[in-house]
Design a protein around this ligand. Structure first.
Ligand code: HEM
Length: 200
């Protein structure tokens, strides 16, 4: 079993190193790429709200089901398409071993959990301007990671249009949590192999 886990981990690290394409939004460390739509989302973050009010978008969390869901209303169809394409772009980047925002340990944990198939992301666009997202984890450790990431998306990204905060201390708390004790070594090994300094 130990031999199997370490061979999976070696595979994970090799894959992410080969694909280091995901640096900083899929642009190899040269800042967020246009196709990630991050620049658009940052400058238009106020164009998004909850479905039923003008309040800032926030996930509905179901800890028992290890899942969280978003219902996001956009001001225009273009806003909805940009957001939808962004999430799709990031799902593909992670599934291909990319590590967006590689200086932030929380994003590295999200990348690890995606490539280890410990959470899924479902996205739908309905009525042109509404984007629905459901993320479901396979275990409490992975749920902690997607939950913390969703708080960053709501508070920093939608709330302030800020993408430069470092959430590595939150990631450290998750790594050292009881729920992640069985994954601690793998998570730390992945971070050691993939973390970069800002702008690297
Ligand atoms: C450097 C900036 C950013 C990076 C590196 C980034 C990266 C990511 C990643 C890795 C995911 C998860 C994809 C998956 O589940 O497989 C994601 C999802 C998402 N992003 Fe971004 N993103 C950035 C900026 C933004 C901004 C500015 C917004 C909106 C204003 C935004 C809105 C979302 C939403 C709504 C989701 C899906 C919900 C969730 O993951 O909980 N992102 N992004």
């Amino acid at each position: 079993m130990k031999k199997k886990i370490s061979s999976i981990l070696v595979g994970l690290i090799a894959l992410s190193v080969i694909n280091g394409c995901g640096g900083n939004g899929g642009n190899g460390g040269n800042g967020p790429s246009e196709e990630s739509n991050i620049p658009y989302l940052k400058s238009n973050h106020n164009n998004y709200s909850k479905l039923t009010s003008e309040a800032n978008p926030a996930p509905i969390k179901n800890e028992t089901a290890l899942s969280l869901s978003w219902s996001i209303k956009s001001k225009t169809e273009t806003d909805a398409i940009k957001l939808y394409d962004h999430i799709n772009f990031m799902v593909n980047t992670l599934e291909n071993g990319g590590n967006p925002q590689p200086w932030d340990k929380l994003f590295l944990l999200e990348a690890f959990m995606k490539i280890a198939k410990r959470y899924t992301t479902e996205i739908n666009r309905v009525d042109n301007i509404n984007v629905l997202v459901t993320k479901t984890a396979t275990d409490r450790c992975a749920y902690k990671v997607i939950s913390a990431h969703s708080d960053v998306v709501s508070g920093d990204f939608f709330g302030q249009g800020v993408t430069s905060n470092d959430h590595s201390s939150t990631a450290e708390e998750i790594i050292n949590s009881t729920d992640c004790s069985a994954s601690k070594i793998d998570l730390e090994t992945y971070i050691t192999a993939n973390q970069k300094t800002r702008g690297q």
